[in-house]
Design a protein around this ligand. Structure first.
Ligand code: ZN
Length: 273
């Protein structure tokens, strides 16, 4: 089961519940943020970015690589926090041994600030998050091109000729298009304040009721009150909440969001199974 959200020319597909499975595909460029316990819908992803090694986010990696092997796809680029690379490699190798095949993949550790190109004018940048195991979050950065003022009135043929000569006729404006936080406690708001500026912010929110306040702190997850305390800071056009605990149904979550987040609530979307 998966759900899909459309934001103009951006589509987010995925499924997410705490302790069960979390995975997303972001179109364009079709990359995967986390892989849950594996899904057929992940087979088309050329790049996979893993936030951390907890199995509800990472176990599906060998399954996805196996699917792609069967489909004869090219190599998959897999990016992960530095502290998870050895464990993931052993997980993949165990699966290769069971299936007696070799998957086609490259596994690369990222540190906060590292950037990876994922298409024309699109790149992913890693940032630090606040979880109980090594973890990262990711920005999908889009470069928006705009003709420089002095070229605005020129005919298309002339612009093409200028381009040919290597003259830069456009201004390049990078935009934090999508920001994805996997599991994280509220420390992420101090670690990466730029997330408040992202156009679409995908934020985990695991707990919604008073009784669960301490659980969030203990396991480094977000509680709705962590968002409510910062409701004025979210400048995002859209806020996508994911990773809700199964103890809450969708109606209860929508009611809590409307009650606790005030003016922010109309910009909040839910992504869950
Ligand atoms: Zn986790």
């Amino acid at each position: 089961m998966s759900v899909s959200l459309q934001f103009q020319n951006l589509r987010i597909e995925g499924s997410s519940r705490a302790g069960d499975a979390s995975w997303f595909r972001i179109h364009p460029p079709g990359l995967a943020f986390d892989v849950g316990r594996g899904s057929l819908a992940l087979a088309g992803a050329k790049e996979i970015f893993l936030t951390h090694g907890h199995l509800d986010h990472s176990l599906g990696l060998p399954f996805v690589l196996s699917l792609k092997k069967m489909q004869g796809d090219g190599a998959t680029r897999v990016f992960c926090p530095a502290g998870t690379v050895d464990g993931l490699r052993r997980l993949i190798e165990a699966a290769e041994s069971l299936e007696q095949v070799a998957y086609r993949y490259e596994l690369e550790a990222l540190d906060p600030g590292d950037q990876v190109s994922v298409g024309r004018d699109l790149s992913v940048e890693a940032f630090a998050t606040d979880h109980i195991v090594p973890s990262l979050g990711f920005h999908l950065v889009r470069v928006r091109r705009q003709l420089k003022d002095r070229f605005r009135q020129r005919p298309a043929a002339e612009l093409a000729a200028l381009r040919e000569t290597g003259i830069e006729i456009e201004d390049l404006n990078p935009e934090l298009w999508v920001t994805y936080c996997g599991d994280t406690g509220p420390g992420v708001f101090e670690l990466e304040p730029r997330l408040f500026e992202s156009t679409v912010l995908m934020l985990e929110c695991t707990f919604f009721d008073e009784e669960s306040r301490l659980r969030g702190q203990q396991f480094k997850h977000l509680h709705l009150s962590d968002l409510a305390a910062r409701a004025q800071q979210f400048r995002n056009r859209d806020l996508v909440l994911h990773h809700a605990s199964w103890r809450y149904d969708e109606m209860a979550i929508r009611a809590a969001v409307a009650r606790e987040l005030g003016g922010l609530a109309p910009r909040v979307h839910l992504m869950m199974d």
